[in-house]
Design a protein around this ligand. Structure first.
Ligand code: GCU
Length: 428
């Protein structure tokens, strides 16, 4: 294991879970020969045992069944869409990034609490886009407080203590921001401080408490955890894009690294308006199969981060075979929309093979829509993107969101969000 990952594991064990470094890492299997055989639930078999054979039946019958299982057993009940909400532009700098970009800060206020933001995000946009702008959006893509899109540091609780996990701190730099804008995309980053701070003692202090769902301690059996609240926040960005004519909301890609990659996948599963999703090194509770005993497990993640999931998820610790769903079905919930999953060779904690296989097993659902998926049980060659609308790459190196990853994601967005492509223009 590389040194950065040791530090991550040690810090998150000490600060969040109370176990020791050697405890968390030693408990996790990283020996492929020790992965026990497992049987995945078949996404195409309905609860009554009958088989789904068409895209229409998937969308209207089977998809809602699976989504409900994720709500009950993994992420918790989704929060409702606000009855009334107001987006307030707090500031706008039209000479940002040495005059090359527009930087804007936007607050979201709910009807019940005018003047009290529940969400804040920052946008960097090219200055003179030729038409409605496609965007990448996510949580902690960059630091919203900085004048330049620089790496974001996730905050915990009400304090300014940096996140124990350096992985979430690396996300974008000036050169990547320049590339995104020069390729004609805007980029949006949301803070989690107001929404759901990343701590078991504070996660409910934001939106949940404003919605009358305040609670002390970890979520109850089916109550939403922080991932569900972050996903809700991503949907509010789509609301903003839909009502702001300078954006093309049908060409908005949700992107997330690590824990934010988990949130981006659940957001896309819940909100069909999200045109495409990119999950970078999302691992356990994200793209990686829970039944594959490699890297982080349900036991480890729910002990270290009990506030991320609904309470029921922890009851599957050590008995993942009893989970009524697995993460290939989370990816299948996104079908037929484009999905990109990426791993890193040294990021064994996130189980690259488990992330790849989840896409392979989601492919049967994409096939119902005539979309080619991925096949084969061997990981593709390093640093090579495979697939088209169901796409994967395994990058050399550590748990991170790098320039290499962004390059592949820009290419993906260019291809799958091309104006006029079916699914992009809904009128077609
Ligand atoms: C920890 C956690 C992972 C998570 C990661 C991150 O390593 O165990 O599940 O993805 O933090 O968010 O950086």
């Amino acid at each position: 294991m590389n040194c950065v990952r040791w530090i991550q594991l040690g810090l998150h064990a000490l600060l969040c879970g109370g176990t020791t470094l050697t405890g968390a890492a030693a408990e996790a299997n990283r020996d492929e020969a020790r992965v026990a055989p497992y049987v995945l639930p078949d996404p195409l078999v309905r609860a009554d045992g009958s088989r789904v054979t068409t895209g229409a039946a998937w969308l209207s019958e089977r998809r809602p069944e699976i989504r409900q299982l994720f709500e009950r057993h993994v992420y918790g009940r989704p929060l409702p869409r606000p009855e009334s909400q107001r987006f307030q532009v707090v500031s706008e700098d039209r000479e940002a990034m040495d005059g090359r970009a527009v930087r804007r800060i936007v607050n979201l206020e709910l009807g019940t609490a005018q003047g009290m933001p529940v969400l804040r995000f920052a946008l960097f946009l090219p200055k003179s886009p030729p038409g409605p702008l496609p965007v990448f959006f996510g949580v902690h893509v960059f630091d919203t407080a900085k004048a330049w899109p620089e790496v974001a540091v996730a905050r915990r609780g009400a304090s300014t203590e940096p996140s124990p996990v350096s992985g979430t701190e690396r996300s974008i730099g000036r050169s990547v921001a320049d590339r995104i804008l020069s390729r004609g995309y805007g980029v949006i980053s949301m803070d989690i401080e107001l929404l759901a701070p990343d701590s078991v003692t504070h996660y409910a202090s934001g939106v949940l408490s404003q919605m009358g769902q305040a609670r002390a301690g970890a979520p109850g059996p089916e109550e939403p955890g922080a991932l569900a609240v972050w996903a809700w926040g991503l949907s509010r960005i789509v609301d903003y894009l839909e009502q702001t004519p300078e954006f093309d909301a049908r060409r908005a890609v949700a992107i997330g690294h690590s824990r934010m990659g988990k949130a981006a996948l659940w957001a896309a599963a819940c909100d069909e308006r999200i045109a495409a999703v990119i999950s970078n090194n999302s691992g356990c509770g994200g793209a990686a199969l829970s039944r594959r005993n490699y890297g982080e497990t349900v036991a480890i993640i729910t002990r270290a981060f009990p506030h991320w999931f609904c309470g029921n998820f922890s009851t599957y610790a050590g008995r993942e075979e009893a989970l009524p769903v697995d993460q290939h079905e989370l990816l299948a919930l996104i079908a037929p929309r484009p999905v990109y999953v990426a791993s890193a060779v040294e990021d064994w904690w996130a189980d690259p093979k488990g992330e790849y296989l989840a896409l392979v097993h989601a492919s049967a659902v994409y096939a119902l829509f005539g979309k080619p998926g991925l096949s084969g049980t061997n990981l593709p060659p390093v640093d090579t993107a495979v697939g088209s609308e169901v796409r994967y790459h395994l990058r050399a190196g550590q748990h991170d969101l790098t320039d290499f990853d962004w390059g592949r994601y820009l290419d993906f967005a260019d291809e799958v969000l091309r104006p006029g492509r079916p699914g992009v223009n809904r009128s077609e």
